[in-house]
Design a protein around this ligand. Structure first.
Ligand code: DON
Length: 573
């Protein structure tokens, strides 16, 4: 088969991919492959190295999962603020016409306790769940990548790890990924590497190359039971962390049924608990359809549109705080929360004119909710979307949580650990770094997964992939994924135009605050909403960066978000 491919880069940057020993092109004439459904494969990735790794693997005859695993490991090298082997995430897969979801979210260590982030007075100790070893959950990425590769991969494990090992050993030309703020976590990472990751300079990570080589040789057991596990536990012992050998040995990625929402002629497959993403997207899509008469008089992104959406979001976040957590520990009433009857009732509570006062917003199935202030931190996570020629798709969001995670680098192994423990509710009603609160559903418990908002999503129509997307952004993730889904699949905007549309977000707390990209709206939108009682705040937090592939007919169109700095797409013919 003749492969012609090209790489489109969003921005000019100095980028030299030193893929020593991994450049090469295999064939895809394998008889086990059915004839291609699409004219090309496509990837949208947060950096050009990830896009190049996917392109390489797809050209070697790999499918979307092979490419996804290669990108997952590559970003652990080239995007250390968010890409990882020391964190966790979720992958939604559409393979041979069927949806799958692998949960490789971090778990609380076995020695974790509900009060571990509280002082003697029962108050939350600032930043204990964010900085240092106590912030780290048991990482899931390596287990997740192996599970999905074992089930669906066509190429060998060593083939899909090769690009990452190449980038780590030979190095890559660093570019500026970070926000101007230097956090403690980023300083720790820089210090570990002697300040060598500097934009425009070659950055090599020989320890990480060795770690990845051992994982390539010995599989995920190396990470969870081998030398890497020993190094990680030694790091915990040096820095008073809790992750033990037993925690690592017992870690398992879990296959779950994705949330599936039939909506507007599409089926939207997205993240179930321990993510709140599928719950949030499902509630928003359905409530909006039950409010169709009101939305008929609210043009897309008008003041009335934002008002109706924010009213819906108040209810969604009240339910999220009360009922969402790890479904292995807490019975999350997902089918009720997503049922038509329930959401018709919730939609009917929406006030079409002014914001409903906070005191009147209750979780829809009972119990009240404490008020709490918001939070400001800018964190990092990352997403990539891939469609292969056979019409299979991978939508993957994974994270260290905050940029550079806990700041703890495992000495001798060369990778960062997450600070995902902050996604638990350290104390009911006290907000985490995204300003969201939780109840006992999301309390810290040993071996439990913290509640997430990550929403890797795939929409299909008549069994064929139509749109693959996801984004970083903490609690802003699912409201953003929702906006692009609706803009493309309901308002029929071209995907690039949908990406450029202004974004907004409301999450119940802080009370009546709508975050919005003010300069992209007519000034009258802000004035109108302020006059109704909303507090309009410029900017949507969380570093939104939607990486998406839309399929139209037999052609995939990858796009990166204009908000992202270094996103890259590749189309592989
Ligand atoms: O799982 C979650 O929802 C968060 N830990 C994700 C963090 C995130 O998106 C930060 N990115 N900007």
């Amino acid at each position: 088969m003749n492969h012609v491919s090209f790489l489109l880069r969003r921005r000019t940057f100095v980028a030299v991919a030193l893929l020593a020993g991994v450049v090469g092109c295999g064939g895809s004439d394998d008889p086990q492959y059915p004839p291609p459904l699409l004219k090309a494969a496509a990837v949208s990735a947060p950096d050009p190295f990830g896009a190049a790794a996917a392109k390489l693997i797809l050209e070697q005859g790999g499918n979307a999962v092979d490419a996804g695993v290669a990108v997952g490991f590559t970003l652990a090298v080239t995007l250390p603020s968010a890409g990882n082997i020391g964190g966790g995430g979720f992958m939604t897969v559409y393979m041979d016409g069927k949806p799958y979801f692998i949960d490789y979210r971090e778990k609380a260590p076995g020695a974790a306790t509900p009060t571990m982030y509280l002082d003697a007075n029962g108050d939350v100790i600032p930043r204990l769940s964010l900085d240092g070893s106590l912030a780290a959950g048991v990482p899931g990425t390596v287990a997740g990548m192996q599970a999905v590769h074992q089930k669906f991969g066509k190429l060998s494990w060593s083939q899909v790890l090769a690009p990452a090992i190449g980038y780590a050993r030979a190095g890559f030309m660093a570019y500026n990924t970070a926000s101007p703020t230097t956090t403690a976590s980023r300083s720790n990472f820089n210090n570990y590497f002697g300040g060598k990751m500097v934009a425009g300079q070659l950055f090599k990570q020989p320890e990480l190359a060795n770690t990845l080589q051992r994982i390539s040789d010995n599989g995920a057991d190396e990470f969870y039971k081998g030398q890497t596990a020993d190094l990680l536990v030694a790091q915990m012992q040096r820095t008073q962390g809790l992750i033990s050998k037993a925690d690592l040995a017992n870690y398992q990625a879990v296959w779950r049924d994705p949330v599936a929402i039939d909506w507007n002629g599409y089926t939207v497959y997205t993240a179930p608990p321990p993510s709140s993403g599928g719950f949030g997207i499902g509630q928003l899509l359905k409530m909006k359809s039950f409010l169709a008469p009101q939305f008929a008089n609210a043009p897309l992104n008008s003041a009335q549109y934002l008002h109706l959406m924010a009213e819906m979001e108040k209810r969604v976040f009240a339910d999220r705080a009360q009922y969402l957590g790890d479904s292995d520990f807490f019975s999350v009433p997902m089918s009720t929360l997503l049922s038509d009857d329930y959401l018709r009732r919730r939609a009917a509570e929406v006030n079409p004119l002014v914001p409903t006062p906070l005191a009147q917003i209750q979780p829809g199935l009972g119990t009240d909710l404490p008020a709490a202030p918001g939070a400001t931190e800018k964190p990092q996570t990352t997403h990539f979307s891939i469609v292969d020629k056979w019409g299979n798709a991978v939508s993957n969001t994974y994270t260290l949580n905050g940029g550079y995670g806990s700041g703890i680098v495992v000495e001798g192994a060369g990778f960062l650990l997450n600070n995902e423990m902050d996604d638990f509710a350290a104390k009911p009603g006290v907000p985490n770094q995204f300003g969201v609160v939780g109840s006992d559903a999301n309390s810290v418990q040993p071996n439990k997964r913290p509640l997430s908002s990550m929403s890797p999503t795939i929409a299909t129509q008549n069994g064929k992939v139509a749109l693959v997307l996801g984004t970083p952004g903490g609690s802003r993730i699912f409201t953003s994924v929702y906006q692009v889904l609706v803009d493309v699949l309901e308002y029929k905007l071209p995907i690039a135009e949908a990406q450029a549309q202004p974004r907004f977000h409301h999450q119940l707390l802080p009370d009546n605050v709508i975050e919005y990209e003010a300069s992209k709206y007519p000034a009258s939108v802000g004035t109108d909403l302020t006059n109704r009682g909303w507090i309009m705040k410029d900017g949507v937090g969380g570093g939104l960066n939607i990486e998406a592939v839309q399929v139209i007919g037999d052609m995939p169109y990858p796009v990166t978000d204009p908000r992202g700095k270094n996103g890259a797409v590749s189309v592989i013919y």
